[in-house]
Design a protein around this ligand. Structure first.
Ligand code: ADP
Ligand code: MG
Length: 696
């Protein structure tokens, strides 16, 4: 980025709409555009023409291979590279990329989780181009975003359901907008902006900690005394290599057409945040997955390790992935923007109430959708939202909603000015939007920010669920309004609907301090679920009400949901298992010998004196008692881990791990943390929290 303008290369590695406009014959471009709007299917000659243009474009930029880039249920991304090369006449290599290769790929799906959806005799899986998300080039490979399905068409990935949920919400939101008869629109897009938090640590130190390498978090480590007070020390200025890292991350993301803004975050030592501009939900999820990958690779290049785990360090703030979400019509109206005109405000209220109803009807599912095992260590601790889902509308809006709930705004005649006082919200200053950072789900002026979401996961599930549940609410509302002839009647009925929803669901509204223990008591009184462990939320995905809702919205069928519950449960078991095995291994091979060395060190010192020294005696006694305790906790964990075999099925095993093994891990950790405090630096085998924080 020397003499050139830093943004000169923006989007050069993206086969964007502009590129398509330029390099495709206009009728082909038009057909693609129609296909992205789902108004018509893409025909073969069009696909061939796009594939050809894509290949030429990619090869000019040095690409030699292409891949169908997809998002299996592991939560990360997968790709299988094929080169463009094919044998031509006379032993000459030619390049070829057909419309068929662009649209459809076929491969062995058996290495990806399917939760029983893919019968063993049918190991193939198929990938299909998502023509709404642009192809891009990374490391000389043309990456084509695709969905991934089984032979029978069941979805095996996280993209297909997201596209379906986007379609569902578009359809229902469009119905409502058009009922207000302002101007007919065709689509409503769920727009998403994802803020990604992450930690950076020195790579050499990272490699010395097998827990970080294998599990993404430190399984032990004691907080340096006063470390949070020393924050200023850690954050004097951005260290040069972090600065260089961030510049390269931005540069690469800009080339991929991602509007990234990296910023230094002062919340916790070594923690940072990157947030690109919001965009259509499916593209936002794709971009976030790319961002996570770029962060990891660039960090590695700069002698750093990027930690995307929700809670790499106990006692220090965790990392989230704030999911900012709004609904925008094809003519650019944000449906969550309180407008200046009365009818817009009734419409705004209707959308807000649909969201209130959706969130209060499916809080367990949202809690699940925001989480993974790692988020269990973040939620409810050190400046992170609690595990109770609630909505913060901000005090001003809450007053308005409360008036509607109590029927204080009966509008007999919508033309009467006093009625507008509430209905048009004109006295609600728009920028009083919430700065309440303690809420898991907050209205922030013209969007909702879901802050419970953990940093390590794909944001796909979060948005699939958000889109689907809100679509379902909107559908019910649209059904009630359908057929009403006069616009004034629509408005009046809309307010009735809002009142009904608020009377039923106002318990979900809370604009106070979400971190306080008072709120947890209050939430319990209100009957809001407080699901402390992620595992306990997983089965909400296949509850009867969820199955029925997803079926109505045509997003998942029962088999697909049950498969997902199975996969998530198994994934939970694997995560815990890796942690336990890693902790036991580190304990036995390094912590124990370190402690023994320390005991010997003091024993030798005592022996060399020739008379009893009370300090040495006390020290030895303390170390030996730690040794006993360590021995006990170590074997306790080991035994409990072995006992899991007694449980026959996936969920029973997982529950056992959750209630018995995870607490045993915590117990062993607490002894190890005491050992770390007790032994000399020379003898301690691992970089400590302090070492890692200061190294940056
Ligand atoms: P914060 O105050 O939490 O840092 P910002 O205003 O910086 O929030 O925005 C955070 C994210 O929200 C960004 O990715 C931004 O693009 C996105 N965002 C802004 N407006 C919208 C919207 N209408 N819909 C969805 N996301 C949005
Ligand atoms: Mg935020």
């Amino acid at each position: 980025m020397t003499n050139k303008h830093p943004f000169d290369d923006f989007g050069i590695n993206l086969f964007s709409e502009n590129v398509m406009k330029e390099c495709l014959p206009h009728p082909v471009y038009q057909k693609w555009k129609t296909a992205t709007r789902k108004e018509d299917a893409l025909d073969r000659p069009t696909a061939d023409a796009i594939a050809h243009a894509m290949k030429i474009w990619a090869m000019e930029k040095g690409a030699t291979h292409f891949t169908h880039w997809f998002q299996p249920l592991t939560g990360s991304t997968a790709e299988k590279h094929d080169s463009f090369i094919e044998p031509g006449d006379h032993n000459q290599a030619i390049s070829r990329f057909s419309g068929k290769s662009l649209i459809k790929g076929e491969g062995d799906a058996s290495s990806f989780p399917s939760g029983g959806l893919r019968a063993t005799f049918e190991a193939r899986g198929y990938t299909y181009w998502d023509c709404t998300s642009p192809a891009f080039i990374r490391d000389n490979v043309l990456c084509i975003p695709t969905i991934f399905v089984s032979y029978n068409g069941e979805t095996l990935d996280k993209k297909a359901p997201l596209l379906k949920s986007a379609e569902a919400i578009s359809k229902q939101a469009t119905r409502i907008v058009n009922l207000f008869k302002d101007k007919d629109i065709k689509h409503v897009n769920a727009m998403v902006g994802l803020e990604q938090e992450y930690f950076l640590v020195d790579k050499e130190m990272y490699l010395k900690r097998k827990d970080l390498v294998h599990t993404g978090r430190t399984l032990f480590g004691s907080m340096p005394p006063k470390s949070m007070d020393l924050r200023g020390h850690y954050f004097g200025s951005i260290p040069a290599r972090v600065q260089a890292f961030m510049e390269e991350v931005d540069e690469e993301l800009w080339k991929l057409g991602i509007y990234a803004k990296t910023e230094h975050n002062e919340v916790a030592p070594c923690q940072f945040e990157i947030a690109p501009l919001f965009i259509d939900a499916n593209v936002a999820v794709d971009q976030n997955l790319i961002i996570m990958d770029v962060l990891k690779k660039k960090a590695d290049k700069h002698g750093l390790a990027c930690l995307l785990h929700e809670k790499p360090f106990q006692g220090v703030n965790g990392s989230g992935k704030h999911n900012n979400w709004s609904l925008v019509t094809d003519d650019g109206q944000n449906l969550l923007e309180p407008g200046d005109r009365p009818h817009e405000n009734i419409r705004f209220l209707l959308f807000v109430c649909a969201i209130i109803e959706a969130v209060d009807t499916y809080p367990e599912m949202l809690r699940m959708a925001a989480s993974s095992y790692g988020n269990d260590y973040r939620l409810g601790a050190d400046e992170a939202p609690p595990a109770v889902v609630s909505i913060c509308m901000g005090e001003d809006l809450e007053i308005v909603l409360e008036k509607i709930r109590l029927g204080e705004n009966e509008i007999d005649d919508v033309v009467e000015p006093k009625a507008y006082a509430i209905a048009n919200l004109s006295y609600v200053p728009k920028d009083t939007s919430d700065r309440n950072r303690t809420s898991p789900f907050a209205f922030t002026g013209n969007k909702f920010e879901f802050r419970m979401v953990g940093s390590s996961r794909s944001a796909s599930t979060t948005n699939i669920i958000l889109n689907s549940i809100v679509a379902d609410s909107l559908c019910k509302i649209a059904d009630k309004l359908q057929g009403i002839k006069y616009i004034d009647e629509v408005r009046k009925k809309s307010l009735d609907i809002c009142r009904d929803i608020l009377q039923k669901h106002h318990r979900i509204l809370f604009s106070g301090d979400g971190y306080s223990s008072d709120w947890l008591d209050e939430a319990e009184k209100r009957g809001l679920p407080n699901i402390k462990c992620y595992l306990d939320s997983i089965s909400s995905l296949s509850s009867e009400k969820a199955v029925a809702m997803f079926d109505r919205m045509k997003v998942y069928n029962r088999a697909e949901l049950e498969a997902r519950v199975d996969i998530l449960t198994e994934e939970y078991r694997k995560s815990v298992k890796v942690e336990v095995l890693t902790l036991l291994d580190m304990s036995k091979k390094e912590i124990l010998p370190a402690l023994v060395r320390e005991i010997k060190f003091y024993s030798d010192a005592q022996n060399s004196l020739g008379f009893e020294n009370s300090y040495y005696q006390r020290k030895i006694k303390h170390l030996v008692s730690l040794l006993d305790n360590f021995d006990k906790q170590y074997h306790d964990l080991k035994q409990k881990m072995e006992n899991r075999q007694q449980y026959p099925d996936n969920m029973a095993k997982a529950q056992y791990l959750n209630t018995v093994v995870v607490p045993a891990m915590t117990d062993l950790r607490s002894v190890i943390d005491q050992i770390e405090d007790a032994i000399s630096s020379d003898n301690y085998p691992y970089p400590t929290y302090d070492d890692m924080f200061v190294s940056m």
